[in-house]
Every structure is written in structure tokens, then in C-alpha cells.
Design a protein. Structure first.
Length: 275
């Protein structure tokens, strides 16, 4: 029995390393290529990792391309979208989890069904609606469609239901209303889930590709996921500049993951908790 357990752990460990290798290898390759000199002759795969190296590619990308503008667009859209997602999802989740009203169960079931509908299925009516509202090629058009999402709401509802109702009743006895309960009880006790949803919303908005591709018509409104492919298309022969641009674009997301790794893992665990 003990031998079977050891073999099982060994197999899982080896499988974990294999999966990690598959995911990390492209990042290491991109990083190595970004430090190569343009026009370097590549005979085999190992030449991508061989010296000489240079740091000139990064100042060139930052100073002589549209990557900084695309990064600012992505940052502005992601930050504002994250704030709106967290604020509105928290309000809706509090109402569903702690306020009794007719049709509450049906409304929650409606959001659960929303998880089964892929975003691609709604992209055509979304584009038609945004076009009629003159939101195409605007920051508002890039931000508003990203606010609605069932997953963040369900995560918050699951967490809010775990907060004892006795705390809320004590505030009501002291004369506090729903807004007081929400701001002074619910939010302070929900810092973990708020950070988790914020990370998910930020990363999701930062990596969003399909909707900005349809909504952003001018290069001034491009985000990084839209701008980088057009940048790479300009340099189809050499990989150095596109890979450098990719590394610059990936830096904020990598830093965010390093800083909030525990919260991200905890958030992934929370999504599997039954409400």
C-alpha cells in the first residue's frame, strides 16, 4: 500500500514538472530571443539561447513603437473595468446572498446559466448594440461589455452566504440600513474575495482579445493583445522585435501574478466551493 502511494506521488510529481516545462518553455524562449541581436543567423534551436546578448531591443521598443501607448490603453481599460466589476458584482452578490426578495432564486439560477453561454455566442448582438449606441472605437465601448460576468458574481455570493446573519441583525437593531451593513460589515469581512475577484477581472480584461479586436478600429485605441500581432506582422522575417514587444507586454501580468500568487490560488479554490 505504501509503495503504491509513493509511486502515485512520484507519477504526479513527474507529471507536474512536465506540465510546468510545457508552459514555461515558450516564456524562456521569448525572453532569450528578446536579448538577441537582429539579423543573427540561426542554424539550430540552441542558437536562440546562445550569446552574444544585447539590451538595446527594450529601449528601442519602448521609445520607437506604439507599445507604450497600447500598454497605457490596456492599463486604463483594465483598472477601470476591474473597479466596476468588483463594485457592481459586490452589490448584486450582497442582494442575492443576504436580502430576501421575490424571485431571488430564479435570478441566481439565471446567472448560473450565464456560465454555460460562451462569450463568442453573444459577440454579434453585442457588436450590433454597441454600434447603435455609437460605442465602437471608444473607451466606453471597450470597458462596458467587460463588466457583466457570472463567475465573479457567483464567487462573491458563495462567500457572502458564509457571513453570519447575526452580525447583520445586530447592525439593524442599532438602526443601520442595508448600505451601512454592506459598507461596514460585508466589505471589511470580504477582503480576500474582493482581492481574488479583482485579480481575475484585471487579468481577464488585460488578456481580452476578441472584443477589442472588433471594437477598436483605430490604432490609438488598440490594447496590447490587439497591437502586438500587428506589430509582429510588420517584422515577419526577424523574431527579435516581436518577442521583445511580447515580453514588455507580459511584464505587468507577470508582476501581478508574483505579488498575488496566494490570492490567485485561493481564488481558484473558491470557484470550486459549493454555495
Amino acid at each position: 500500500m505504501i509503495r503504491k502511494i509513493k509511486i502515485s506521488k512520484l507519477f504526479l510529481t513527474a507529471l507536474s514538472f512536465l506540465i510546468a516545462f510545457v508552459f514555461v518553455t515558450p516564456i524562456i524562449w521569448s525572453l532569450s530571443v528578446s536579448f538577441q541581436r537582429e539579423g543573427k543567423q540561426i542554424v539550430n534551436i540552441w542558437d536562440w539561447f546562445a550569446p552574444p546578448y544585447t539590451m538595446e531591443n527594450y529601449p528601442d521598443i519602448i521609445l520607437n513603437s506604439d507599445v507604450p501607448n497600447w500598454m497605457l490603453n490596456s492599463l486604463f481599460i483594465s483598472v477601470l473595468s476591474t473597479f466596476l466589476v468588483v463594485f457592481l458584482s459586490a452589490l448584486a452578490a450582497y442582494a442575492i446572498a443576504k436580502i430576501n426578495f421575490k424571485g431571488k432564486g430564479l435570478l441566481y439560477f439565471y446567472f448560473l446559466i450565464g456560465l454555460m453561454v460562451p462569450g463568442e455566442a453573444t459577440i454579434v448582438p453585442l457588436f450590433i448594440t454597441a454600434n447603435k449606441l455609437n460605442l465602437i472605437d471608444t473607451y466606453a465601448g471597450l470597458i462596458f461589455p467587460t463588466i457583466a460576468g457570472s463567475m465573479n458574481l457567483i464567487i462573491m455570493v458563495t462567500f457572502f452566504r458564509g457571513i453570519p446573519n447575526e452580525l447583520l441583525e445586530s447592525v439593524k437593531i442599532d438602526g443601520g440600513g442595508e448600505f451601512t451593513i454592506f459598507t461596514r460589515i460585508i466589505l471589511p469581512l470580504s477582503k480576500v474575495v474582493l482581492v481574488t475577484v479583482s485579480i481575475f477581472a484585471f487579468v481577464g480584461s488585460w488578456n481580452n482579445y476578441l472584443w477589442p479586436l472588433l471594437c477598436a478600429m483605430s490604432s490609438e485605441k488598440f490594447t496590447l493583445p490587439i497591437g502586438i500581432p500587428t506589430f509582429a506582422g510588420t517584422y515577419t522575417v526577424d523574431y527579435v522585435r516581436p518577442m521583445t514587444a511580447n515580453m514588455v507586454a507580459s511584464l505587468p501580468a507577470i508582476i501581478l501574478f508574483i505579488l498575488f500568487e496566494k490570492q490567485i490560488v485561493k481564488g481558484i479554490t473558491m470557484t470550486g466551493v459549493k454555495g
